[in-house]
Design a protein around this ligand. Structure first.
Ligand code: SF4
Ligand code: SF4
Length: 203
C-alpha cells in the first residue's frame, strides 16, 4: 500500500536535509529504547514476517504459533489518541528478557520512565539487546520502501527524527497534533475496525 502523499510530504518536511539516510547504520539506535507506534496496517506486515518465520532477532525468541490476535496482545501496547486513532507501541525488553508493558494512562510519562531505566534492552524488534556501545544494532523491521509505502516498520518510527549526534528531536506539540490528525484522516475508523476484528481484546 502506498503511503498517502500528504503523509510522505509531512515526514520529509521534518527530516533535516543534512542528515544522511544511512546514519542509522552507524548509530547505537538509542531511539529504540522508547519505540514509536505502529498502525494496524504495519502490524499486518510484521505478522506476515512472523508467519514466514522471518521475524528473528538475537537474545530473544518470539513465541511460536501465535494467532494475529495473540501476537498483538503479546508484543504491543495499545493506545488511543484523540479518542480516535488506535496506535500500537512495540513492547520493550527488561534486563531479564521480560516484556515490559505500559498501562495506557499517563502513557508518555511511563515511556519516559522506561526510556530512562538503567537497564532497558530496547524495543522487541531490535536485532540485539540495546547496548550503548553497539553501533551495529539495527531494527529488524527496516525496509527500503518506508518513505513511499506502508511497510512493517512502525510508521511513527519512520516519522522520528534525530540530530547529527543521534539525539532524538521531539516533535513540537503542533507537529504531534498534525501527525496524529493526518494518520487519523488517512487511516479512519481504526478503533472501530479493530473492535470488529478482535472483540475479545478491544478493551
Ligand atoms: S537515533 Fe537516529 S540515527 Fe540512530 S537509529 Fe535512531 S533514527 Fe537512526
Ligand atoms: S520498531 Fe524498529 S525502529 Fe521502531 S523502535 Fe523498534 S527497533 Fe526501533
Amino acid at each position: 500500500m502506498d503511503l498517502p502523499e500528504n503523509i510522505s510530504n509531512f515526514i520529509h518536511a521534518r527530516k533535516a536535509n543534512d542528515i544522511s539516510p544511512n546514519i542509522c547504520d552507524t548509530c547505537n539506535s538509542s531511539c529504540c529504547k522508547g519505540p514509536g507506534f505502529a498502525l494496524f496496517e504495519n502490524i499486518v506486515y510484521i505478522y506476515n514476517l512472523y508467519t514466514l518465520n522471518q521475524l528473528q532477532r538475537n537474545n530473544y525468541s518470539f513465541e511460536t504459533n501465535l494467532s494475529l490476535e495473540s501476537f498483538i496482545y503479546k508484543y504491543f501496547d495499545r493506545v488511543l489518541f484523540n479518542g480516535s486513532l488506535l496506535a500500537f507501541f512495540p513492547k520493550i525488553l527488561s534486563e531479564n528478557n521480560e516484556l515490559i508493558s505500559v498501562p495506557p494512562w499517563n502513557y508518555y510519562q511511563s515511556r519516559d520512565y522506561i526510556y530512562k531505566r538503567k537497564s532497558n534492552y530496547g524495543c522487541i524488534f531490535l536485532e540485539n539487546n540495546w547496548d550503548s556501545d553497539n553501533i551495529n544494532n539495527h531494527c529488524i523491521l527496516h525496509s527500503n520502501n518506508l518513505y513511499s509505502e506502508i511497510t512493517q516498520k512502525p510508521i511513527d518510527c519512520v516519522f522520528l527524527m534525530c540530530s547529527s549526534t543521534n539525539s532524538i528531536i521531539k516533535p513540537t506539540n503542533r507537529e504531534s497534533n498534525l501527525w496524529i490528525s493526518l494518520l487519523d484522516y488517512y487511516f479512519p475508523n481504526s478503533l472501530e475496525n479493530f473492535k470488529q476484528l478482535f472483540p475479545s481484546i478491544s478493551d
